[in-house]
Design a protein around this ligand. Structure first.
Ligand code: HEC
Length: 462
């Protein structure tokens, strides 16, 4: 624990990242898919001489520019803010490995934002063919931002054997491209591209819903039907790409998914399955609504319905991201660093020499606890709290998200001691090792953690 812990009551730091990331993804992927939607729609209108389409496209490109440039960019920075606080150790690894990747990313961002603005402000002002070309430059640069960031995101799930073989040696930069084009890179790129087209269709329905269906019935129907087609490739191909993606995830990680599915009836470990089910159900609902409410009744399709579709897409995105996140457990960077920032290679060192003792600011606090507290028990509790924050807080809160007071209710000292023992030994047959990191530290630290957890469980049973 080289950094102080960011304590977010009820939600946890991970929860904050999840919320910002989902919001960001909805907009950022729209920026990618919508970037292609606009020029293709413009091309169609140009070819068919449909002046009435231009009015709609102009207003859509304004909505698009505001949403992506104002909300997409700020939420992107928000993710940085949150991951740096919630998981400084992993963020540092990413920066050390991918600073060059981010430099490229920013070049594409600037091209993307500039062309999006030029595209909007030059409607009717320049030759339509040139305008269309600007649209294509936008489409390409926004997709390229996905091409880059996808390498960094997939790296965290599957860094790949080449990178793992040099991880921690200082030579990581020499295998940059292996880390970048890691095992899940391509399936994920195809998946995200397909989803970006789905979102382009869904967001376009927001603009279309505002057309007066009684005065412009035909136009509204055409735009809605054309936008709805953007959902088809995704809905046909996503299931296959998802299987491809899973096939590239290491066996050990996939077991977590099997575990979820085989225990679905007993409800022992259903989170990942629950997420997957929510994704399937919300996606099916989206398709049904788009067809029956938007396409079949386009005249009366209003903003309320369009916003419901966006909210459903939000739920589908959130649950898919949650499932991906679960798949990565207990790691934040696959097979290298656990979610709580402990490197796999450091486990033995911490067990032999102590966990808190290896963190300069925590070690000093601990000394203070023992000199300032009235009793040793009180000092132990404080020390245990630091252990909890450092090693459990990445995934658990005291009350709230994956709450300790719930999970520990009715467990006495022996039961708590047993579970900590299992987490500490981390044997091959431990059911916990599939989703929880090993508990590291010396005996006195683990005892302090037990004392702290016992207090939570006592408070919970009151
Ligand atoms: C990588 C994330 C992660 C970390 C870090 C983590 N856990 Fe967990 N823990 C989980 C998940 C996921 C579950 C399953 C929760 C559920 O079923 O609702 C769980 C469940 C538990 C349970 C209930 C187990 C059972 O058999 O009912 C306990 C107790 C627990 N964790 C304690 C801890 C302690 C103590 C630590 C710190 C030493 C810790 N966890 C660190 C992810 C984590």
């Amino acid at each position: 624990m080289n950094y102080p812990f960011w304590d977010v009551p009820y939600l946890s730091g991970g929860g904050v990242i999840g919320l910002i990331a989902t919001y960001h993804l909805l907009i950022a992927l729209f920026a990618v898919g919508g970037g292609l939607y606009l020029p293709l729609a413009e091309r169609k209108a140009l070819k068919e001489g449909r002046d009435d389409w231009f009015g709609v496209l102009k207003s859509h490109s304004k909505f698009f520019l505001i949403l992506t440039a104002a909300f997409g960019t700020t939420s992107g920075v928000g993710i940085w803010f949150a991951i740096g606080l919630a998981n400084p150790e992993a963020t540092s690894t990413l920066i050390h490995n991918f600073v060059f990747g981010w430099a490229i990313e920013y070049v594409f961002f600037i091209v993307e934002l500039t062309t999006a603005a030029i595209y909007y402000y030059t409607w009717d002002k320049i030759d339509p063919k040139l305008h269309l070309k600007i649209g294509y430059v936008y489409a390409a640069s926004s997709w390229l931002t996905l091409v880059i960031i996808n390498g960094i995101l997939t790296f965290m799930l599957t860094p790949g054997s080449t990178w793992l073989s040099v991880a921690g040696s200082g030579n990581e930069a020499s295998v940059f491209w292996y880390a970048f084009f890691n095992p899940t890179y391509f399936p994920s790129l195809v998946l995200r591209t397909l989803i970006s087209w789905n979102l382009a269709g869904i967001w376009a329905l927001v603009t279309a819903s505002r057309l007066d269906g009684f005065r412009h019935g035909k136009l509204k129907h055409e735009i809605i039907s054309w936008s709805a087609k953007w959902l088809i490739p995704g809905f046909v191909l996503v299931p296959f790409c998802f299987l491809w993606y899973l096939a590239m995830v290491p066996e050990a990680q996939r077991q977590l998914l099997d575990l979820g599915i085989s225990t679905i009836g007993q409800g022992t470990f259903t989170q990942i399955t629950r997420s997957a089910l929510i994704t399937v159900m919300t996606s099916a609902t989206i398709i049904a609504l788009v067809y029956f409410v938007a396409v079949r009744n386009s005249k009366s399709f209003g903003l309320g319905w369009a916003i419901s579709l966006v909210l459903l897409a939000f739920a589908a995105t959130a649950s898919t991201e949650q499932a991906r996140e679960m798949l990565r457990k207990p790691y934040v960077i696959g097979d290298f660093m656990y979610s709580n920032g402990v490197r796999k290679s450091e486990v033995e060192k911490y067990n032999a020499e102590g966990y808190l003792t290896h963190s300069s600011w925590a070690a000093n606090s601990v000394k203070g606890f023992y000199s300032d507290s009235e009793t040793i028990e009180a000092a132990d509790l404080k020390k245990g709290e630091l252990m909890f924050r450092g090693q459990c807080g990445a995934c658990h809160t005291e009350k709230g998200y994956r709450a300790m007071n719930n999970l520990l209710k009715d467990r006495d000292e022996t039961a708590i001691g047993n579970i900590l023992q299992m987490l500490h030994e981390n044997k091959d047959d431990s059911p916990y090792r599939k989703y929880m990191p090993p508990l590291v530290g010396k005996d006195d630290e683990i005892k302090a953690l037990a004392a702290y957890l016992k207090q939570i469980s006592v408070n919970a049973s009151k």
